[in-house]
Design a protein around this ligand. Sequence first.
Ligand code: ZN
Length: 141
Amino acid sequence: MELNDLYRRVIMDHYKNPRNRGELEDESVSVQLNNPTCGDRISLQLQVENGVVTNARFTGEGCSISMSSASMMTEAVKGRTFEEALSLAERFSSLMQGEEVEFDELEDIEALSGVNKFPARIKCATLAWNALKKGIEPQKH
Ligand code: ZN
């Protein structure tokens, strides 16, 4: 898979030095998801309070795309309301469909934009975001 150098460096940095890797002791939400086509597995834990994601951690194993995306996602959602977090997930889907999306201060996420040229890897990149949606949507009521 060919990605540009800058993007590859950002992805490898998150893969080798994952942010928010580990488990929360007092999580409110826990979600497990797999991507069987690649063998990626993620367990996502969220702490939520009054409609806000106050903390996020993940464990799991998989390819550099899936793990770096989980690292970026957990960084991105901390402190966000459910609506903001789901809107980020929507924007990430648009990015994976080849649309130009800017993530402003979360520009690391844009490093995954090159993945949209490799359909088999899109499921790797979206795994963590799908876990986020699965975790938040039942909490909205
Ligand atoms: Zn993968």
